[in-house]
Structures are given as C-alpha cells and as structure tokens.
Design a protein around this ligand. Structure first.
Ligand SMILES: [Zn+2]
Length: 471
C-alpha cells in the first residue's frame, strides 16, 4: 500500500508541473491568435503626459500636461522603441520630447540631434515588453506560468514571467484573449521597489491587429501617461537603428567639484544638482541630497575629505521632487537627521521605509528609523557659533513645500528651482523667481550671495535681483 501511495503522489507531481507550463503556453498562443502578433507597430493619438516625481504636494498625483499629439513605434525584433510627445498649453506648449531605445542604448532627439540617455535604457527596454504584443512575445519565449482569477465577475488569465532576468511581469488576459494590463515593480531612488503598471482597454481592430485605444501607464500609483490611440500601422517597418554617437556613448561618471563659499561652507557641484556642506563644531550638515545614492555617496566622501572625523548630523532638503530627494535614503542610512518642510514628514516616513529589493541601497540594508526635524516656518541649526536657518517659502508654483536655506554669517541663501544662476534674463520674469525675491523681502534676509542647487553656483544677490527685474 505504501509503495502505491508514493507512486500516485509522484505521478501527481510529475503531471502538475508540465500542465502549468502547458497552460501558460496555451493562454499565450490563444491571446496571440486573437490579438495578432505584429513584428512592428506604429501608433498615434493624443492624451496627457504627467511630470513624474514632481508632485505639487508630496504624495499627490503627478502634474498633468496635455498633449497636442503622441506618436510611438516599436520594433520587437530590434528590441527598439520610440515615443514622441508634443505638448500643448498651458504647460510646455509646443515643446517636443522624442525618446528612443534600442537594446541597451537609449537616447533623445532634440534640436541638436541625438543625445545619449543611457541611464534610461533599462526602463525603456522594459516598456517594450510591457506593451500588449511585446508582453505576449516575451512571455512565449520565457518560462511563463499561468493562473486564473475572477475580475468583475469574469474569468481572466494571469500570466507571469521574469523579463530581462530582473523584472517580474504579471499580465492579465480577458476571455477574448486581450491583454488588459501588465504590472511590475521598478527601482526608484525615492520610492524603492515602485509600482509600475499599464492598463489597456477599448480594444479595436486596426487592419487585422487588435490594439487598445486607451492606454494608461502609471508609476508610483499615479498616471504618467494617458493616451487615446487613434491610428495603428503594422505594415510599415520601423527602423530604429542606434545613431553613431549613441553607439559610442559612455555613462558619465559621478563628479564632485568643490568650491569654498565662506569659512566652513562649501559648494559641491560637478553634476546637474549641487549640494552645500556646512561645518559645525562637532558635526556637518549637508544641504540637498539630489538624484541617486551614487551622488550621495560621492558627496558624503567629499564632505569627509573636506572635514575629516565629523559625522553628517543633518541633511536639509529643499523640496520633495525626485530629482532633489533621490539621495535622501542614503543619508537616513548614515544616521543623519532629515530637515524638511513639515508637510513632507509623513511622505518621507513612507519612502524611507520602502523596500528596495530590485536594486538594494544602503537604507534597504540599514533599515534605519528616520529622525526628522521638520520646518513649520523656520528652523535654526546652531552650535552657538555657526548657524543655518531653514525657511519655508510661500507662493511657489513649482512645489507647495519649498524651503530655502540661509547662512547668516556668510549672508548666503541656498535655493532650488526658483532661479538657476547663469540663466539669461527673460521677459516676463519667471514667476517663481519673483516669488523667491518676495520671500527674501518678507523674511527680511540680508542676502549677499545666492547659491542655486542648479546652475552656475554662487552669484551676487545683485545678479539675481537683476534677473528678477528688481534693479
Ligand atoms: Zn523641483
């Protein structure tokens, strides 16, 4: 009896595993038969593109920008894709954004021709395999698994596989064989393992290929693209060859270029976003932790070189936008206290605790509980001799939670995104430059030097005043 039992159990195991794989293959084949399996796709339409990572208020949706037009192409054999957006007023009216990927090469094409965007290649490549037809192609070539569940009273098949040896993609396929959604997680310096998804609906027949007339892409829980597709071509081959200057491009190394601004105050530039290091009697403070962990590690290493033997007690953040806060988790892992606008605390509490398993960072290993010193109107960090004042601004249109940093002894004001020193004057004056100017007056700050987190670095107050049309 015992022997028989064992052989029954074993054969059940033997039959179950291949049956699952068989099932996935059948589900994928049925969907490909229903949707068509084009080698290339070109499609166009309209809709909106949102400013990812640039919420007006921390934790709210990404600001939406309406589009005049959207054009896209995918070449599955070439592992290449392009997306072209033309914005319309009220935001970026008339501006264009043309992005490309081919294998591990990514680039944008602007007025000056192709410019490399190598860091974007992985995400753009992943997007190819998250298109409805791309998902099925990649699933068919993978060790995909399939299950089913009920959604809104109807049975849907759920197909999963690992794409690019890294991303677990899960797609839902309805009874008609249409891919209705594909989701995964994508690494983000602020959010860790970030929800990343496409929803496909309103399928139509475009010359024998079924394609969704409505595409919603989301990142971090909010829509990034919302497209209405009006035309699809599957017969024209989209050749998206890599331009020569992109083929030879290499990723720029993280660079830190240091300038002393005053006694115990240094500007750490060298990239697109700068930081400022302030030396106190027993510790250091760093203003701004932009971009990524790599940037933070380079800035921290430079701070240690400038002032050996002191730990970084404070990191002061001007605002929560991803390009300005992507390096904060590194400082939390270092044990630094985060100084930020009071409204940001609940948001950062969540992002600092978020798991980062796809691309582990220092905080995903350290699991430090963040310590905050929030800014209500004003907060002063002082050792009795040197002090730094952090103020929340009023009226900025770029972020509802924007802080500026003032160093009274040096009469230095540090600001982000209101004014980039070096920017030519324009008429009318950018509204947020005026808002900054008004905040300096309101707070009665005696500013001699303005230090931009972007731009040329430190400039005399008179230069900013002239830019703001006040001289
Ligand atoms: Zn910003």
């Amino acid at each position: 009896m015992k022997g028989l039992f064992t052989s029954v159990a074993m054969s059940a195991v033997l039959f179950t595993a291949p049956a699952m794989a068989q099932d996935a293959k059948a589900v994928i084949a049925k969907a490909q038969a229903a949707m068509g399996n084009p080698a290339t796709l070109q499609y166009a339409g309209t809709g909106m593109n949102a400013f990812f990572g640039q919420a007006l208020t921390a934790g709210q949706e990404w600001p939406r920008r309406p589009l005049e037009s959207m054009t896209a192409a995918v070449n599955y054999d070439q592992k290449a894709a392009t997306l072209g957006l033309v914005f319309k007023n009220p935001v970026f009216g008339g501006q264009r954004q043309n992005t490309f990927v081919n294998g591990d090469r990514a680039w944008n094409i602007g007025p000056n021709g192709p410019s490399p965007q190598l860091a974007a290649a992985e995400e753009r490549q992943l997007q190819i395999w998250m298109t409805p037809h791309g998902f099925l192609r990649a699933a068919a070539a993978s060790n995909a698994t399939a299950t089913s569940r009920t959604e809104g009273g109807a049975k849907v098949d759920v197909v999963s596989f690992i794409a690019m040896n890294k991303f677990k993609l899960t797609g839902t396929i309805d009874a008609a064989g249409m891919v209705t959604g594909v989701e995964t997680q994508f690494p983000n310096p602020v959010m860790g393992d970030m929800a990343y998804a496409y929803k496909y609906s309103d399928y139509k027949d475009f010359g024998g290929v079924r394609f969704p007339a409505h595409i919603v892409q989301s990142g971090g829980g909010f829509a990034v693209n919302d497209f209405t597709v009006t035309g699809v071509q599957t017969t024209v081959t989209a050749d998206l060859a890599v331009p020569p200057n992109i083929r030879s491009a290499t990723a720029p190394a993280v660079q830190v270029a240091t300038t002393k601004l005053a006694d115990g105050v240094w500007l750490l530039a060298g990239g697109s976003h700068h930081s400022v290091v302030v030396d106190f009697d027993k510790y250091l403070a760093v203003v701004e932790a932009p971009q990524t962990e790599d940037r933070s590690l380079a800035v921290i290493a430079e701070a240690r070189k400038l002032v050996p033997g002191k730990s970084i007690k404070y990191v002061i953040s001007t605002h929560h936008h991803f390009d300005h806060s992507g390096g904060l988790r590194t400082y939390v892992a270092e044990g630094a206290t985060v100084v930020t606008h009071i409204s940001n605390e609940p948001y950062f509490e969540k992002t600092f605790a978020a798991p980062a398993t796809i691309v582990p960072d220092a905080q995903s290993k350290a699991h430090k509980t963040p310590v905050f010193e929030t800014v209500n109107d004003k907060r002063v960090i002082s050792d009795g001799k040197r002090s730094v004042e952090v103020y929340n601004t009023i009226g900025d249109s770029h972020s509802n939670e924007l802080s500026v940093v003032y160093i009274p002894a040096a009469k230095i004001l540090i600001e982000a995104d209101s004014y980039s020193p070096g920017t030519p004057a324009s008429d009318p004056v950018p509204s947020d430059a005026l808002v900054l100017y008004d905040n300096i007056q309101r707070l009665k700050l005696d500013v001699a030097t303005v230090v931009g987190i972007h731009g040329r670095g430190a400039v005399p107050m008179a230069e900013f005043a002239a830019f703001a049309g006040k001289k």
